[in-house]
Design a protein around this ligand. Structure first.
Ligand SMILES: [Zn+2]
Length: 436
């Protein structure tokens, strides 16, 4: 038999995973593929003699955890985690069927190709390679494959963190999405964005009350009018700029790399020069609040007594309470605020042996690599694992073509991962896990 390398296997495993439809619709009755994907992961592990535990949080909502013993078991373990679910895809919008795992033009195409079956495949390819070659990592590595990252994490990482915390005993650090991808400055310099912070989530519902009545009368206490005013005010409001240590460091690195002057009072001028990732970074210099849903009324000629709206708020580390005060000022005293879901922001320093090892692993495979910290405006499974006292990083290494609009591929149409970038990623991950 031909010897198999991790670089070959990562492509096969990623393709196999892309062909399993793990769409997370948010409705547990129609979300069924996670179990199939977890069983596939289990086969890949048992095929090389790695034991695992599989736990369902609800029927078909499968989570899988495995521990690879390291040479020094007294050291803190490193958690490496990836979610198996994906957001749904509408085939009519795609140039290839979204669950075909097709390979063309140097890419593997499919929903989940970068979010995040690519990293799931890297994890499996690395540990399978180790098992075949008798490689033992320096410290325990815990692998976690989760369900439900795309719809609130209740059936995935939150379930694991609250019901099976023992599986993560001794874990001091973690790597997962969304980071480790390249942003090309020029042929000789690529910044690799390592996620060291995540904004918090605050999903709120605003409720306005008024006097119900006939639509034909003079009426000065209309719930729809009151709600609409509050929603418009929130939607147009720009919250004050706050630069956290992560974002400051990122902006300094980027300004230096691009050779643009960074005005600390006007960082958005530097951000605007970032091109496609400006959206991603621009959301990390302030709290944000975007209205997403509206509900009111039941008949054309009846003024309803109530109206409500949902607001998707994302808060900077340490800003959650202050943000609510600011929001109250914007919407006024009469509109009620209901809390639907809240998850704290997180932020850790860009320092220590693991961070140094990330930079070294990247440079070993790309001499033009420079690792820089950044803050993700969204949320990931890191939020749940942080509650176990684990220091979380986004580091799923990928070398990307300079002209690829990477951030647009997240939950986007024609999601795809460059095959060479995937193979680069598996080599970097292998180096990192063997060095840390
Ligand atoms: Zn993801």
């Amino acid at each position: 038999m031909e010897p198999v390398s991790a670089a070959d296997e990562v492509v096969r495993i990623c393709r196999d995973l892309l062909r399993i439809d793990t769409s997370n619709t948010g409705d547990p009755r129609t979300t069924v593929g996670e179990r199939v994907a977890a069983e596939y992961v289990a086969e890949q592990l048992t095929g090389v003699g790695i034991e695992y535990e599989l736990h369902e949080s609800a029927p078909k909502r499968a989570n899988l955890v495995a521990r690879i013993p390291g040479r020094d078991r007294s050291r803190g373990a490193l958690l490496v985690h990836g979610h198996l679910d994906v957001v749904p895809a509408d085939p009519s919008e795609w140039s290839v069927p979204p669950f075909s795992g097709e390979e063309k033009d140097g890419y593997l195409w499919g929903r989940g190709a970068i979010d995040m079956k690519d990293f799931d495949a890297m994890m499996l390819a690395v540990v399978r390679d180790w098992q075949r070659n008798g490689i033992v990592p320096p410290r325990d590595i815990v692998l976690a494959f989760t369900a439900d990252e795309e719809a609130g994490m209740e059936y995935g990482s939150q379930f694991l963190a609250t019901q099976h915390a023992d599986l993560f005993e001794g874990c001091t650090e973690a790597i997962g999405e969304v980071g480790g991808f390249s942003y090309t400055i020029n042929d000789d310099l690529r910044l690799y964005l390592v996620e060291t912070a995540e904004k918090g989530i605050d999903w709120l519902r605003l409720h306005a009350k008024g006097r119900p009545g006939h639509g034909s009368f003079v009426h000065d206490d209309n719930a729809v009018t009151a709600l609409a005013e509050a929603v418009a005010a929130v939607g147009r409001h720009k919250f004050p700029m706050v630069i956290t240590p992560t974002v400051r460091r990122f902006l300094e690195e980027v300004s230096e790399a691009l050779g643009v002057e960074l005005d600390p009072d006007e960082p958005e001028l530097a951000i605007a020069k970032l091109g496609p990732i400006a959206n991603l970074i621009g959301a990390t210099v302030r709290n944000t609040a975007n209205p997403t849903r509206l509900e009111a009324g039941y008949k054309d000629n009846v003024i309803p007594g109530r109206a409500s709206a949902t607001i998707d708020c994302r808060t900077l580390p340490g800003q959650a309470e202050l943000f609510l005060e600011q929001l109250r000022d914007v919407i006024g005293p009469d509109v009620e605020i209901e809390h639907l879901q809240r998850q704290d922001a997180l932020e850790t320093g860009f320092d220590g042996a693991l961070v140094d090892a990330m930079g070294a692993a990247l440079r070993a495979e790309d001499p033009g690599a420079r690792a820089v910290p950044y803050m993700l405006s969204g949320g990931t499974d890191a939020k749940a694992f942080t509650t176990l006292g684990i220091r979380c990083f986004g580091f799923a290494p990928l070398k990307l073509p300079a002209d690829l609009n990477f951030s647009a591929l997240f939950h986007g149409v024609d999601e795809r991962v460059p095959v060479e970038g995937l193979q680069f990623g598996v080599r970097v991950l292998d180096r990192l896990l063997q060095a840390s």
